[in-house]
Design a protein around this ligand. Structure first.
Ligand SMILES: C[S@@+](CC[C@H](N)C(=O)[O-])C[C@H]1O[C@@H](n2cnc3c(N)ncnc32)[C@H](O)[C@@H]1O
Length: 177
């Protein structure tokens, strides 16, 4: 599986030891985070880390699962990245997006939205912005993924789980013979 924007590898450090027969690759542009991830996972043989940006993702049908944990908010060309994830997944592969979302029209005084507003300020300071649930859903279906299952983790955090149902080439040739 691919952890895109893996930071210092916390997620892989927890998950990889439970799946010793699977390969875990973490990618992040921050050199310091990647060094920390390598150090943290030095005793986990099925985990590897690479410096890289999501926008430069160039894999073809190599992964069963791609995880983006609070990364979409900081990415400029989000649709391009989600499209590249689609290409990088094997048919029937899963994409899991985790984001602090800010939905227009919701009661902004709710506790969880206070948390999201904090995240929003933090994201803005980094040059990013929070997304709405519908926007994330559109990014996924726009790339060809199935309508995502949405899981509310509360505190403003949501998981979106979506699947690649077919290879893009099969889709293209089937619909434009
Ligand atoms: C909020 S942190 C999340 C880290 C990790 N996924 C986690 O859940 O702990 C956002 C991460 O996105 C990374 N990032 C920033 N720009 C990126 C890009 N263009 N492509 C991939 N990752 C990026 C940052 O370096 C940072 O590690």
């Amino acid at each position: 599986m691919l952890d895109l924007g893996c930071g210092s590898g916390g997620w892989i450090a927890k998950v990889a030891p439970n799946f010793p027969n699977s390969y875990f690759l973490g990618v992040d542009p921050d050199e310091h985070s990647i060094q920390e991830a390598r150090e943290k996972c030095r005793l986990i043989p099925n985990a590897e880390f690479m410096i890289g940006r999501a926008e430069h993702l160039d894999f073809k049908e190599e992964f069963d699962l791609i995880y983006l944990g609070e990364v979409l908010y900081i990415i400029g060309d989000r649709q391009g990245v989600i499209n590249a994830c689609y290409d990088a997944l094997k048919p029937k592969g899963y994409i899991v997006v985790c984001e602090a979302v800010c939905d227009p029209g919701r009661n902004t005084w709710k506790d969880e939205n206070t948390l999201v507003r904090g995240a929003l300020l933090d994201y803005m300071a980094q040059g990013g912005r929070t997304l709405g649930r519908r926007e994330i859903s559109r990014l996924l279906t726009g790339a060809g993924f199935t309508q995502p299952r949405e899981h509310n983790m509360h505190g403003g955090l949501w998981f979106f789980v979506s699947r690649k149902t077919r290879s893009k080439n099969v889709w293209t040739s089937a619909h434009h013979p």
